[in-house]
Design a protein around this ligand. Structure first.
Ligand code: LM2
Ligand code: CA
Length: 500
């Protein structure tokens, strides 16, 4: 253990001193004779439909996500999970895998899952899966049992990973021989990556057997048309381990003709930086998340113009205002604290152009932060309903803003306001879009000087183009001028992809 630890510290020190540019690039598609390819860059905004049933996601892809311009939907973990009836079926059951079977989870069957992937693809929306690959179960109220699909397990013993009896994990497939306790010293990268995260049995991701099983799981999803992965707890695995699994992924997603997109959960701190993982795939930028929520909570839109400075390069980052963890643990700006301002922050993120934006769509809770989504008595999740109840459906309030993000991709940013009001800002994405944001209680009428072509545009901050007509107000650009009245705590946005 001592030797391994010393080597790991030396490696961490080395990684910290290697300039980012020297990080090895993954093989290009078609290079050599392996199917592995460089993970694809994202192709537009993502929405996280947290805890939604598969058939509800399928319906939402068709009814809203495709028409609104979302490129992808992130779904909650699809693998068999623990069932904690004694704890009221908390949402985080899903982050304790029992096997990689999709047969039966709280969100539906394997058939429902496959149908969702097909229907979302038909609507032009990719499905990204939350991949829990750092660990299996923990030591909660239930230390063993059948999982959601009936597989027997106990901590460090998962005999049947794929339902065919061919492969399992046993004690040797975990880091328990290296470190058999919780992470205590978070300043030590070796410990963060080898010991147990909140008691969860930590997989020996350095071993080929484990890497092969993880790749079997992810490739079975790719084979169904799953087009990307959020790598859960990536920070808790050495970059070379994550890379070894990503290198094993199929090079082409059926129906999308490109490799899977990979983005990683790395909550960067003094010990571990996001830049250690950007050669593998994109990284969730928690620095952006912290700043945008604080600046919007404070109503400082002028300062928000500088969001992104000093963070990961935009092309390596996934940007977000909240995720399912921060809305519970650091609720600075959420649907519960200040709904209008929070919606405004997500709209601003979609317009500003830093990173690949990921919109959060939540369910509300009243019985504490562990409370699961609306469920039946057996812990099975109920269909999502945006017309009432606890499903918040924040993504619906953003209307056609994701289409704005897609249309203006790559265009430079020019600020159009005069900078005189802290709570008001307007921008142009050069030649392709313009938007104005108003974090104040009064409406804001202003004339924007824009390089957008003359014409009638749909306001996608409050509507969408449906069957050639705008469901909201139409705004006219004439001789390079666009007059807008931005509602209190609201936005106005137009782009060249939504012209009437
Ligand atoms: C993540 N990203 O890296 C997820 O975003 C986060 O939601 C997950 O934690 C975490 N990593 C592990 O996948 C959640 C939840 C924890 C919960 C775990 C496992 O936030 O509270 O831990 O999932 O279900 C729970 C109990 C905890 C207990 C542990 C093990 O809350 O008290 O620790 O299970 O039984 C003894
Ligand atoms: Ca680990």
């Amino acid at each position: 253990m001592f030797l391994r630890r010393t080597a790991a510290i030396a490696l961490a020190a080395l990684l910290a001193t290697v300039p980012l540019a020297a990080a090895p690039a993954s093989a290009a598609p078609g290079a050599g004779d392996t199917p592995a390819a460089a993970p694809a860059g994202a192709e537009g905004p993502i929405v996280h439909l947290f805890q939604w049933r598969w058939e509800s996601v399928a319906r939402e892809c068709e009814d809203f996500l495709g028409p609104a311009g979302y490129a992808a939907v992130q779904v909650s973990p699809p693998q068999e999970h623990v069932v904690l009836s004694g704890e009221g079926y908390p949402w985080w059951q899903d982050y304790q895998p029992v096997s990689y079977r999709l047969d039966q989870t709280r969100r539906g069957t394997a058939g429902d899952f496959a149908d969702m992937v097909d229907r979302c693809r038909g609507a032009g929306v990719k499905v990204y899966v939350d991949a829990v690959i750092n660990h299996m179960t923990g030591t909660g109220s239930v230390g063993s049992g059948p999982g959601s699909a009936g597989t027997e397990y106990e901590k460090y013993a998962y005999p049947d990973l794929f339902g065919d009896g061919a492969h399992g994990y046993s004690r040797q497939d975990f880091n328990v021989g290296e470190c058999d306790r919780d992470i205590e010293d978070w300043s030590d990268p070796w410990e963060v990556r080898t010991c147990e995260l909140v008691g969860l049995s930590d997989l020996a991701t350095g071993d080929d057997y484990v890497r092969d099983r993880l790749a079997d799981y992810l490739n079975s999803l790719v084979g169904m048309g799953v087009a990307g992965f959020r790598i859960d707890a990536a920070k808790h695995m050495p970059p070379e381990d994550v890379e070894a699994v990503v290198d094993r992924l199929e090079g082409t997603v059926p129906g999308w003709d490109r490799p899977p997109y990979v983005y990683q959960e790395v909550i960067a701190d003094g010990a571990i930086g996001g830049g250690e993982y950007t050669h593998i795939g994109d990284v969730k930028e928690f620095g952006y998340q912290g700043r945008i929520s604080e600046l919007f909570a404070a109503g400082d839109l002028q300062a928000a113009k500088g969001l992104g400075e000093g963070l990961l390069p935009s092309e390596d980052a996934v940007s977000f205002v909240v995720n399912h963890d921060t809305q519970r643990t650091h609720p600075v700006l959420t649907h519960r604290t200040d709904r209008d301002r929070y919606d405004l922050a997500q709209a601003f993120m979609l317009a500003q152009g830093y990173g690949t934006p990921k919109v959060m769509s939540s369910y509300d809770w009243s019985g504490g932060t562990d409370e699961g989504p609306p469920s039946s008595a057996d812990g099975t999740t109920e269909p999502a309903d945006c017309d009432g109840g606890r499903w918040v459906c924040e993504h619906r309030a953003l209307n056609g803003m994701p289409g704005f993000t897609g249309e203006v991709e790559g265009a430079g940013v020019t600020w159009l306001d005069d900078g005189s009001a802290a709570g008001r800002a307007a921008l142009e994405r050069d030649g392709s879009g313009a938007a104005a944001f108003n974090a104040s209680a009064e409406p804001w009428t202003t004339v924007l000087s824009t390089s957008l072509p003359d014409g009638d545009y749909c306001d996608v901050a409050s509507g969408l183009v449906e069957d050639g007509t705008c469901t909201s107000q139409t705004l006219r650009v004439s001789s390079g001028e666009l007059t807008v009245t931005v509602p209190p705590e609201g936005a106005v946005a137009v782009h060249t992809g939504a012209v009437l």
